[in-house]
Design a protein around this ligand. Structure first.
Ligand code: CMC
Length: 431
């Protein structure tokens, strides 16, 4: 016998509607309101989507109360410790961990797509030297649709696959070249004998005059940063990618839209903003002043790297990141790093403060990542591009999932209109 359909009852005035209640494999039930307007003539109102599931998905699950992040069921701390970025990419893209042959094949395919069309260098050179690397990335990734015509037909599964591999493979090259252009150094081509993270570090820090030997501990830390940022279910940039793709736009255009959204300081730009804030605070004795500012309703200042829409207990990525920060600074012999000391003290004081406890505000993934990237030698402007490199696989996996859904509809929210009602045009001399 089929399970009885659970429903939720909505009553207003004389109207009563039964709405289907959908049960996920994990997480709270979801009220299906798709037919609400047709049945009852009302819309729902949820700016910021705080109570709205925009799609069904099998990729990533977050339990914000437990501080749990699962990719295809696997906890992020296990993946960060035991797996590596390209294996996590495979998991996100195809749904399961690869066997040895599948992994080798996948790594081979990604590695063989790392070069950019040579003519694309002209795009980089068209930007001002002082352009933010995120501005360059938005432009260059969007321009990929003008170079890789053979992977823009989204109705062809093979072209979708090629576009996915191209984006994951070329994004480190694009980010590294945005950096090289910014600092006035020659572009460094990728090397296929290096792993993903080592290749990225080399493309950023190698110069023709001097060979760059990748330190395996730094490469491991870089790989872990990529792994920790790989996907995060329906966050702002992923939702942007899904919305852009719902119109049938090509994958390169959709990912460029995701990069643009990620740039903002409330999202991917928080790692840059956080390090700037820690530097501004300067020394632990200044912390109370900034804590008071963060609590002041009349001051727009917020503690960057603190708080999360979904995590209300802890961000599991932040804990791994904190441990990584200690390891990297230790390896580099950076003892008594004042920024790390300020960060740790700020975390300690904020976690004991009633304001942050009551609002359930904890350090998020961005709180310690900037310290690691800074120690590795990256300028602050590269922090968000590195986030974009890592999140590309998440965007692509969610994009592929959406495109393969036969029920795909163009995303088209409604609104609560609060403007003028119908009025007649008046000539300029009569206004
Ligand atoms: N410092 C001080 N107060 C804060 C902070 C903060 N970082 N974050 C939230 N609050 C307060 C906020 O003022 C509000 O107070 P009240 O209820 O009195 O009005 C309450 O906490 C809830 O905040 P909200 O803005 O309604 O929460 P949200 O879910 O819309 O925003 C957030 C989440 C991440 C945008 C926000 O916490 C924030 O701006 N954090 C700083 C930026 C940051 O670190 N972003 C990175 C997020 S993790 C990486 C990623 O996924 O991109």
């Amino acid at each position: 016998m089929a399970d009885e359909q659970k429903t939720a009852k909505l009553t207003f005035g004389d109207t009563e509607v039964d709405l289907p209640l959908l049960s996920p494999t994990a997480g709270p039930d979801v009220i299906d309101i798709r037919k609400l307007y047709a049945q009852a003539g009302v819309f729902t109102y949820d700016p910021g989507f705080t109570s709205t599931a925009s799609c069904d998905s099998t990729i990533t699950f977050i339990d914000g109360n437990e501080g749990q992040l699962l990719h295809r069921g696997y906890p992020i701390d296990q993946l960060a410790e035991k797996s590596h970025f390209l294996e996590v990419c495979y998991l996100l893209l195809y749904g399961d961990l690869p066997n040895a042959a599948q992994l080798e094949d996948f790594e081979h395919r990604v590695t063989n797509h790392t070069m950019l069309h040579e003519q694309m260098q002209n795009f980089f050179r068209g930007f001002r030297r002082d352009a933010h690397p995120m501005a360059v990335m938005v432009g260059v990734v969007g321009a990929m649709s003008a170079f890789y015509h053979d992977s823009t037909d989204i109705s062809d599964p093979w072209q979708r696959e090629v576009a996915s591999i191209r984006l994951i493979a070329k994004m480190p090259t694009i980010a590294a070249w945005a950096y090289k252009y910014h600092v006035g150094q020659p572009f460094v081509y990728p090397r296929n004998d290096l792993d993903y993270a080592s290749n990225f570090l080399r493309m950023c820090f190698s110069v023709p005059a001097e060979d760059y030997v990748v330190n395996p501990i730094l490469s491991r830390a870089m790989d872990r940063i990529f792994t920790l940022h790989a996907d995060h279910e329906q966050n702002a940039s992923t939702s942007t990618v899904r919305l852009a793709s719902s119109s049938g736009a090509n994958p390169f255009a959709c990912i460029a839209a995701g990069i643009a959204c990620l740039w903002g300081p409330a999202h991917g730009g928080a790692n840059q903003a956080c390090l700037e804030m820690l530097r501004e605070i300067g020394t632990p004795d200044q912390i109370p002043k900034y804590i008071e500012r963060a609590k002041d309703k009349n001051d727009p200042f917020r503690l960057m790297g603190f708080g999360h829409r979904v995590y209300k207990n802890h961000d599991p990525r932040a804990q791994v990141m904190k441990q990584s920060a200690d390891e990297v600074l230790d390896l580099l012999g950076i003892e008594d790093n004042p920024t790390l000391q300020t960060a740790k003290e700020l975390e300690r004081i904020a976690l004991e403060d009633d304001y942050f406890r009551e609002k359930k505000l904890f350090p998020n993934v961005d709180f310690y990542s900037g310290i690691i990237l800074d120690a590795m030698g990256f300028p602050q402007s590269m922090f968000t591009p590195i986030f974009a490199v890592a999140r590309t696989v998440g965007w692509i996996s969610q994009w592929k999932e959406q495109i393969s859904d036969p029920q795909l509809k163009i995303g088209r929210p409604r609104q609560l209109y609060m403007g003028e009602t119908l009025r007649d045009y008046t000539d300029v001399e009569n206004r």
